[in-house]
Design a protein around this ligand. Structure first.
Ligand code: PNS
Length: 160
């Protein structure tokens, strides 16, 4: 039986750290659904459709990866997809508090769904979408931190 995992996030935009996590997840699970949250509270730089399109472009050559948008409660979405686990990345201790809260809340909402934390390659341990956007907005070179399609989109967005 194929075990399905959902890797949720805002992905505004997808970084090399996210891709590293997708690859690690594929070593454990038969299928990985990257679930892109609309997340209006975070006022994303890229609209949902663009975030999905960028992820689709960078995962086009991966087998057993699907990209979807979702809204509402994550556990409801995970159940709907018959997935068994939620994947989250843990980069540093600073991620831990928020991630633990979220994992335990999700467990309270549905005790059958496990959260699996994966550590990205140390090379990506400092990357966040926020820091990539910040650097790009001032014309910084982010080509080693995000896929090419994302770097181009950021250049266009910030006119740099
Ligand atoms: O990449 P992010 O912004 O850290 O991802 C956060 C995300 C989208 C995983 C989280 O906000 C989420 O799960 N949102 C859906 C609503 C929900 O179920 N929240 C958690 C339990 S209250």
């Amino acid at each position: 039986m194929k075990h399905i995992a959902v890797y949720p996030g805002t992905f505004d935009p997808v970084t090399n750290g996210h891709i590293d996590l997708v690859e690690r997840s594929l070593r454990i699970f038969g299928e990985v659904i990257v679930a892109v949250a609309e997340n209006p509270k975070k006022a994303p730089l890229f609209p949902l459709e663009e975030r999905i399109a960028m992820l689709q472009a960078v995962t086009a050559n991966y087998k057993n990866v699907a990209i979807e948008g979702f809204d509402g409660l994550l556990v409801d979405y995970v159940r709907k997809k018959s997935a068994v686990a939620i994947i989250r990345g843990l980069r540093a201790v600073s991620d831990f508090e928020y991630e633990m809260q979220m994992a335990l809340m999700n467990r309270r909402l549905d005790s059958n769904i496990e959260t699996v934390f994966l550590m990205p390659n140390v090379e990506y341990s400092f990357i966040t979408s926020t820091i990539v956007k910040e650097a790009a907005s001032y014309g910084g070179d982010v080509s080693s931190l995000a896929p090419r399609v994302v770097v181009e989109k950021l250049k266009k967005k910030f006119g740099k």
